[in-house]
Ligand binder design. Structure first.
Ligand code: S3P
Ligand code: PEP
Length: 429
């Protein structure tokens, strides 16, 4: 049975702690696919305990040894096909669509009910153009997918829309060096979440794979992986919740060991963004230390979050709670993530009297009605980031009840334990 977390913080709101964050799920899930594609020539170190990574690791291990059932549900499965169930893991769904297309076998690739509403047509159609045998098991353009591999390459050039999810592009880039003719992707329109494509190319480079990025085209020729080790860094998206805690506390000194200022993860941009709320970041011998300087900067400019969509909830909730009527752009992809994150934010921010409204793709907070009741209950909509973005409000509100607390497992399973370590009370109810 799912439980709620009742979060509170008694006494002076001073936070002084050290938090060892788990590995980045984005880096891990790339490392796992690259390692599998290289037949384990590429090794992975510091694997995350994020559920999305544990799921992908489990699937790849089972695929490596046997062709048996890999999930729990059994809808529409052809008698001789292998069921692969990624649950809520978007990267696993997208990366495996490409990986399984290139692999020998007959697969039904599926996930949660929400996953079946998250579009995959752009990737599936690109794979079909390359020569993959893919069909939609339920609704056109959406998971589950029937995949019969290996693909028979018909072309090495494919045009793909860039503004819906960068994960489609990363998925194709990772299988590119294993395709007989390599791959050239022509990106159509603006590329969203670009740092994630950079991360894919950087990790491929560490594994010996060269690429050429020319204008809007990325080319990777057929080439072998080199023996190497991909060492996963701690998760910057998870670190962002510690920045919100610092921003909402009276005083804060938080050490985040092993985190790197200059990271493969685009979400390391939180360092610059949180300066707006008076949070400074310092490089230390151990990693990163953040502290609250108590001086906020101007919040007049429009903040574009296109390169770092996973930070949106963190930043918007902090801005709302600090009464900053900020405006944001680059939030278009939020509607197709774990939940419709725009609707979820609007519903939950209303509980503290804040509105988030859209006009011509500019989203604006209005905090004129901001108030902090003695207790609020936050719905999480099966979205880990809703839970983690709202829990820090316990520094301003007596009791914050977060529904379905287990959602955090997707990327940061020890989130509640870490809150306790920092002085929060977290009761399971
Ligand atoms: O490639 C990745 O690891 C990710 C890319 C982003 O998705 P989109 O490219 O769909 O924005 C991000 O939101 C997701 O959490 C992880
Ligand atoms: C959007 C996310 O994940 P995914 O797309 O991989 O499910 C996320 O972690 O915020």
């Amino acid at each position: 049975m799912s439980k709620n977390a009742l979060v509170s913080f008694k006494g002076t709101k001073n936070i002084n702690t050290e938090i060892q964050l788990t590995g980045s799920k984005s880096e891990c899930n790339r490392a796992l696919i690259i390692s599998a594609l290289s037949d384990k020539l590429v090794k992975v170190e510091n694997l995350s305990n994020a559920a999305d990574t544990v799921t992908l690791d489990g699937i790849l291990k089972k695929l490596g040894v046997e062709s048996s059932e890999l999930g729990e549900s059994a809808t529409l499965k052809a008698p001789n096909s292998t069921l692969v169930d990624v649950g809520p893991a978007g990267t696993a769904m997208r990366f495996l669509s490409a990986y399984l297309s290139a692999k020998n076998g007959n697969f039904l690739l599926t996930g949660t009910e929400r996953m079946k509403q998250r579009p995959i047509g752009i990737l599936a159609e690109a794979l079909k153009t390359i020569g993959a045998n893919i069909s939609y098991a339920e609704n056109d353009g959406f998971p589950p997918l029937n995949i019969v591999g290996p693909l028979n390459q018909k072309t090495s050039k494919v045009k793909i829309k860039g503004d819906v999810s960068s994960q489609y592009i990363s998925a194709l880039l990772m299988i590119a060096p294993t395709l007989p003719d390599g791959l050239t992707l022509e990106i159509d329109g603006e590329l969203t979440s670009k740092p994630y494509v950079d991360m894919t190319l950087d990790m491929l480079a560490e594994a010996g794979i060269k690429h050429l990025w020319n204008g809007n085209s990325i080319s990777i020729s057929a080439q072998p992986f080199k023996s190497s080790t991909l060492v996963v860094e701690p998760d910057w998206s998870a670190a962002s919740y510690w920045y919100s805690i610092a921003a909402l506390a009276h005083e804060a000194e938080i050490s985040l060991p092993a985190l790197k200022e200059k990271s493969l993860q685009g979400d390391s941009k939180i360092q610059n963004i949180m300066r707006i709320f008076g949070i400074s970041t310092e490089k230390t011998e151990k990693g990163i230390a953040i502290s609250n300087l108590g001086v906020s900067l101007d919040t007049d400019q429009i903040l574009d979050l296109k390169t770092c969509p996973d930070l949106a909830q963190t930043i918007i909730v902090v801005a709302a709670a600090l009464g900053k009527n900020m405006a944001f752009t680059g939030l278009e992809t939020l509607k197709i993530k774990e939940t419709n994150r725009i609707a979820a934010l609007q519903n939950e921010l209303a509980k503290i009297g804040v509105t988030l409204t859209e006009d011509n793709l500019v989203y604006t907070l209005n905090t004129d009605g901001l108030h902090f009741p003695d207790k609020i209950t936050i719905a999480t909509y099966e979205d880990h980031r809703m839970a983690m973005a709202f829990a820090p409000l316990a520094l301003l509100i007596n009791e914050v009840e977060i529904e379905e607390m287990q959602v955090v497992e997707k990327s940061y399973p020890y989130f509640w334990e870490d809150l306790k370590k920092a002085g929060f009370e977290v009761k399971e109810i």
